[in-house]
Ligand binder design. Structure first.
Ligand code: DC
Length: 662
C-alpha cells in the first residue's frame, strides 16, 4: 500500500495482463456479521482485508465473538444470538458505513449499553431513517450529537413486532439491509414485515443481502421491492464455509482500463458476469461505451473496442458506486456522457457529484452537474492538464482518477492521499502498476550520490519512501557481487574479472524492504561489514563487472519511479534522470557519523583514525580511473554537514517538486 502524502502517476501508454481482485467489501462485512450472529463456526475464505472489515472484526471481538485471522481466511465463532459482552462498550466505526448501519440495527435489537461513533465524516452521514424504523420496533437509541446522525447510544429494547416496520428506501439501501440482517433475531414467534416507503434505491445491494441471508438459513419473502417478510421461528445457521466474491465495483477500474488502454487486454480474476453483485452490470455500461468483454464463471476479459469511446446517457441507480468510473471514461469519449439518478452520490464518503465535477475540471474538462446528475464532456487530445487530484478520503475518487494517466496529452497525474484506497483495495496501485506500461523516459529517476558516509543511503531511502518510489542501493549490488564471487571460489583479483562479470550478469539478488537476498539466502548482514565494503570496492573497479551490472540496474526503473543511490547513477546509469543530487559533508562530520554507527554495532575505533581513513578513501575514490567519485555536471550540491536528515529530505523533495507540473 502507498502511505505517501501523494502518488505521482507518470503518463501511462498501455496495459495488458491479469489482476486478481480482493474480496467484495459489501459481501465481506455482511458475511462477518451474519457469521457472528449465528450458532457455530464459519470459515470465511477470500475476505477483504481493509479498513471497513477491520472495523467490523474489531467490533465483533469486542462483543466476544471468536475471531481467528489467517491471511484472507477468517474463522468466526458465532454468538448464537446471545451477546457475551453488553455493558458499556464503545465501538469506533471509522468511516465504515457497511459496519455502522448493520451493527447499529443488530445491537439495537439485541440490547445493551453501547456507544457507536466514527470519524467526523461518519458523523455527517445520515442514519435517522434507520433509527426511526428501529424505534418503531421498540429499540432504545439516542443521538449523542446531531439528531439523525452518529454518534449513537443504544440501550435495552422493548420489542414489539406485530405491526409492519416502515423504512425509507430512497436515502441508502444500507438501512433496509441492516434491518433484514437484524430482525431474524427478533422473529421468534411471529412473522416480521418490513415495508419500504418511497422508491428503493440500489436494489442490487438488497439482492446481495437476500442471497446471503439464504446462505445463512433465513428465507426472506419479497413482494416486489416494497414488502419483505421474515418468517417466524427462523434462526441463523452457519453455512460452515463460505467464499467471498471479488468486489465488482473494484473490477470497474480494470474493466475501464481494458477499454481505455492500448494492449493485449486485461483479465480480471475473482469475479465473473454471473456475480451476485449488482455492480457487475457496470460491464453493460462499459460495453455501451465501447469495451469488448468476455466472461467465464470467475473471470472477465476486456479489450479495447470502439476508440475513442462513445458518450452515453445512463440511469445509474443500479450501479451507483461503479458509475463513478464512467465519469472518467467519459473524458476519453467522442461525445458528452450524462449519468442520471445518482442522488445517492451526495451522501457517500464525500459528496461525490461535487468531487467528480471538481476533479474532472482540474484535468481540463467541461462538466455540468445537477441535484442527481452529472454531464462530463470529452477532453480532446491536446487539452489534458496535469492535475493534482484531491481524493476527499474517498477510495473510489482515488481509483477512478488513476485512469486519467492514460491521457493522450501524456501529462502525469498526481493522486493525493493514495492510502484512502485501503477502504476497499489496499493494493490498488500495485495492481494497476503490475499491468500498466509507461515509456521508460517517463518513469522518473532521482539520483543521489556522494562520498562514503555522507548519509546518501539514508537520504535516498527516505526520499523514496516519501514519494512511494522504488529504491536502488547500487553499492549493495557491488557488495553482493563480491560476496557471491568469493562463495563461488573466485578471487577478487584481475585474473577473475571475466568470471565475476559472468556471475554479476545473472545475479539472483532481491531487495525486500531493508533485507537483501541472494537467491534463498538473506545476506543483509553479511554484506554490511567493513570487509564486505572493501571487497565491493575491489570488484567495482573492473569495467567488465560494471558493464555486467548495467541491465540489472536499469531494471529497477519501474512504475511509479526510482531513487537510485551510488557513484555513477547520474553520470553513467541514468544520465537523463530529471534530478541528480550530490550529497557532501565535511570529513569531520562523516567521521563522527561513522564513529557513532560503529560504536552502536559494538565495534571500537577512534575518531582520528576514521577521519584519516575517510580522507584517504575520498582521495582514492576521486582519482581512480574507473567510475571516479564525481558529481554529474547537472547535479544539485547538498552539503548536509549541519542538516538533520529531515531537513535534507525536505531539500530534495522541494527540488523535485519545483520540477513538477502540478
Ligand atoms: O555505497 P557502498 O559503501 O555500499 O559501496 C560499496 C562499494 O561499491 C564502494 O567502494 C563504492 C562502490 N560503488 C561503485 O563503484 N559504484 C556504485 N554505483 C556504487 C558503489
Amino acid at each position: 500500500m502507498f502511505s505517501t502524502a501523494f502518488l505521482d502517476l507518470p503518463a501511462l501508454q498501455g496495459a495488458s495482463g491479469t489482476v486478481t481482485l480482493p474480496g467484495s467489501k459489501s459481501i465481506s462485512n455482511r458475511v462477518l456479521l451474519l457469521s457472528a450472529l449465528c450458532q457455530g463456526t464459519t470459515v470465511v475464505h477470500d475476505l477483504l482485508d481493509s479498513d471497513d472489515t477491520r472495523v467490523m472484526l474489531a467490533a465483533l471481538r469486542q462483543l466476544g465473538c471468536g475471531v481467528e485471522v489467517e491471511g484472507t481466511t477468517v474463522t468466526i465463532t458465532g454468538l448464537g444470538g446471545q451477546l457475551k459482552h453488553h455493558d458499556a462498550i464503545e465501538f469506533f466505526m471509522g468511516n465504515a458505513g457497511t459496519a455502522m448501519r448493520p451493527l447499529t440495527a443488530a445491537l439495537a435489537v439485541l440490547g445493551g449499553d453501547f456507544t457507536l461513533k466514527g470519524v467526523p465524516r461518519m458523523h455527517e452521514r445520515p442514519i435517522g431513517d434507520l433509527v426511526d424504523a428501529l424505534r418503531l420496533l421498540g429499540c432504545a437509541i439516542d443521538y449523542l450529537g446531531n439528531d439523525g446522525f452518529p454518534p449513537l447510544h443504544i440501550g435495552q429494547p422493548l420489542l414489539k413486532v406485530d405491526a409492519p416496520i416502515q423504512v425509507r428506501g430512497d436515502v441508502s439501501s444500507q438501512f433496509l439491509t441492516a434491518l433484514l440482517m437484524a430482525l431474524p433475531l427478533a422473529a421468534k414467534t411471529q412473522d416480521i414485515v418490513i415495508e419500504v416507503v418511497g422508491e428503493l434505491i440500489s436494489k442490487p445491494y438488497i439482492d446481495i443481502t437476500l442471497n446471503l441471508l439464504a446462505r445463512y438459513g433465513i428465507a426472506v419473502k419479497r413482494d416486489d421491492w416494497q414488502r419483505f417478510t421474515i418468517p417466524a421461528g427462523c434462526s441463523y445457521q452457519s453455512p460452515g464455509t463460505i467464499h467471498v466474491e471479488a468486489d465488482a465495483s473494484s473490477a470497474s477500474y480494470f474493466i475501464a482500463l481494458g477499454a481505455i488502454a492500448k494492449g493485449d487486454g486485461i483479465r480480471i480474476q475473482g469475479v465473473g458476469a454471473d456475480s451476485i453483485q449488482g455492480d457487475i452490470r457496470f460491464m453493460d455500461a462499459a460495453t455501451q461505451m465501447g469495451a469488448k468483454i468476455t466472461s467465464g464463471p470467475n473471470w472477465l476479459e476486456i479489450n479495447r473496442g470502439a476508440w475513442p469511446l462513445k458518450g452515453i446517457t445512463l440511469d445509474c441507480n443500479h450501479i451507483p458506486d461503479a458509475a463513478m468510473t464512467l465519469a472518467v471514461m467519459a473524458l476519453y469519449a467522442d461525445s458528452p456522457t450524462t449519468l442520471r439518478n445518482i442522488a445517492s452520490w451526495r451522501v457517500k464518503e464525500t459528496d461525490r457529484i461535487v468531487a467528480m465535477a471538481t476533479e474532472c475540471r482540474k484535468l481540463g474538462a467541461t462538466v455540468e452537474e445537477g441535484p442527481d446528475w452529472i454531464t462530463v464532456h470529452p477532453l480532446p487530445k491536446g487539452n489534458w492538464k496535469a492535475a493534482s487530484i484531491h481524493t476527499y478520503d474517498d477510495h473510489r475518487v482515488a481509483m477512478c482518477f488513476s485512469l486519467a494517466a492514460f491521457n493522450a496529452t501524456q501529462v502525469p497525474v498526481r493522486i493525493e492521499d493514495p492510502k484512502c484506497v485501503a477502504k476497499t483495495f489496499p493494493d490498488y496501485f500495485e495492481a494497476l502498476f503490475s499491468v500498466s506500461r509507461a515509456n521508460t523516459q517517463d518513469i522518473p529517476v532521482i539520483c543521489i550520490d556522494g562520498p562514503t558516509a555522507s548519509g546518501k543511503g539514508t537520504l535516498a531511502s527516505r526520499v523514496a519512501q516519501a514519494l512511494g518510489y522504488h529504491y536502488l542501493d547500487s553499492g549493495a549490488l557491488y557488495r553482493v557481487t563480491a560476496y557471491a564471487a568469493l562463495h563461488a571460489g573466485l578471487t577478487l583479483e584481475a585474473a577473475d574479472e571475466a568470471g565475476i562479470a559472468d556471475l554479476a550478469r545473472t545475479l539472483p539478488v532481491r531487495f525486500e524492504g531493508e533485507a537483501v537476498w541472494l537467491g534463498t539466502e538473506d545476506v543483509s548482514d553479511a554484506i554490511r561489514t567493513e570487509q564486505a565494503g572493501m571487497n565491493a570496492s575491489k570488484v567495482s573497479v573492473f569495467p567488465a563487472v560494471r558493464t555486467a551490472l548495467v541491465a540489472l540496474q536499469h531494471s529497477f526503473q519501474r512504475l511509479p519511479g526510482l531513487l537510485a543511490d551510488g557513484r555513477d547513477m547520474g553520470t553513467v546509469i541514468f544520465p537523463h534522470a530529471p534530478l541528480k543530487v550530490f550529497l557532501t559533508a565535511s570529513a569531520a562530520q562523516r567521521a563522527e557519523r561513522r564513529h557513532k554507527q560503529l560504536i552502536s554495532k559494538g565495534i571500537s575505533t577512534t575518531l582520528d583514525s576514521l577521519r584519516a581513513d575517510l580522507e584517504a578513501r575520498d582521495a582514492r575514490d576521486s582519482s581512480r580511473s574507473v567510475a571516479p567519485l564525481k558529481a554529474a555536471q547537472d547535479a544539485y550540491q547538498l552539503d548536509n554537514s549541519s542538516l538533520s536528515i529531515e531537513a535534507s529530505v525536505d531539500h530534495v523533495l522541494a527540488w523535485w517538486q519545483a520540477k513538477q507540473p502540478f
